[in-house]
Design a protein around this ligand. Sequence first.
Ligand code: ADP
Ligand code: XUL
Length: 519
Amino acid sequence: MARLFLGLDSSTQSLSAVLIDLDTRRLVGEASLGFDAALPAYGTRNGVLRADDPRVVHAPPLMWVEALDRLFEDLRRQGAPLREVLAISGSGQQHGSVYLNAEAERALKGLDPSRPLALQLAHVFARATAPIWMDSSTTDECREIEAALGGPRATAEATGSAAFERFTGPQVRRFAKTQPEDYARTARIALVSSFMASLLAGRLAPIDHGDGAGMNLMDIRERRWHPRALEATAPDLLRKLSPLAAPWAVVSPVARYWAERHGLNPAALACVWSGDNPCSVVGLGLVRPGDVAISLGTSDTYFGTMAECRTDPAGEGHVFVAPTGGYMSLICFKNGSLARERVRDLYGLDWAGFSSALVTTPPGNHGKLMLPYFEPEIVPRVLVPGVRRFDLREDDVAGNCRAVVEAQMLSMRRHSAWMEVRPERIFATGGASRNREILQVMADVHQCPVFRFEVTNSAALGAALRAAHAWHLHAGPPLAWEYVVGGFCEPVPGSEIRPRPETAAPYRDLLRRLAAVSA
Ligand code: ADP
Ligand code: XUL
């Protein structure tokens, strides 16, 4: 009998599953269910419900419940060997919160395999909808929490991040302020991750340290609820929160419901879930401190791993607990592909033309520099957009192409320096990572080799690998993370790009220059 592990990903628009065989390193099953199309009765668009106020973005948690039942039906219909699954873990969109009433625990424990899940859980919510990470209605609450904790820097130092609108603490505070009665009848506040884990376990599941770090409520170093953050957020909060657990904790065997209704092995372990970003870090194979992934998508995202906990004094980057037990950063640069495309289009180029401009200009660009804030920027915080050029003429086509990419890579280096970890390997993903010339600038600026990864479901894969790791810890003998990810998370063959040592000095100079003009 094969030894299989199941990873689920409850993301904004869909619920998906990957089934892996750890011994053969093969993907043996996959399924995905898009919420809008599969469950139209909930009325979501792109998985979410919008209010008149554009800052308010919620989702119906009962839809996620029904989706889980449906996904297992799909897997079964495909003939996926669910009886051979030893453990299940999952990944949830981060920060979103589910408000459960006092009935929830009893309902979860008494799930009846002969009836659909959603019918049995429709009455367990103290709030019909769950605010998700796209909600930005809590600016006042963020400032109130930060004021109580001594400012953004102190908040980041305590909880891993300054207060952000989408983080759970500010969301809970807004709910408690605006709907005090509903808050009072809330017996348990779950994250998307811990809520989904609870369905599989048939009991209220803990929140793992990785997703707990996205709440502005957890002491990032001690990995327990931060009493002052709780107090700054809402009354009586400790009683409403689940306990925290290590990312590899097992909740229990799966509930009888899943064995009897969907044919899972009753001994299969339901493991704690984590957030999608922590899961992706493992799904990309970032298991050694010094491993970095840079996603060049619509925005650019920098994920770094670190053994020690350090926080961003500027309060711009986030620190989460990684599934390996170390720490990880998430730093989001909004002007990513957006800015590269704007420059490309300004000069009427295609990507081939843009790449040749990079080839024909020297690293360091003769000191020419651009601040490419076509849109307001998250890191560094730039509220009023604008492009500034230094010793760079607007009609210098090739100079501008190089300048935008160098500015972005230097900004990543500058705004990840607080981690005090020199990247040892960078894994590049996202649409623009197919551009070798852009990756050469990345390698030179960071003075570190860059490997390209093609990934489609890193969060679900990461969850499956976390299940495999947790099962071995539980059933013994434990496996090293490098062994767990090996063969699943490999770079595109031949994609390594080495840094050129002679480019180190010009980039040191340009970094200094960038710091001077940004001050
Ligand atoms: P998303 O974050 O929306 O998932 P993707 O990771 O799919 O985005 O990346 C899409 C972006 O990739 C496009 O906006 C485009 O600018 C960029 N892109 C595609 N091909 C190239 C290329 N050859 N060179 C540079 N950028 C590219
Ligand atoms: C991270 C964040 C998103 C969500 C949704 O801070 O808000 O990446 O996790 O995927």
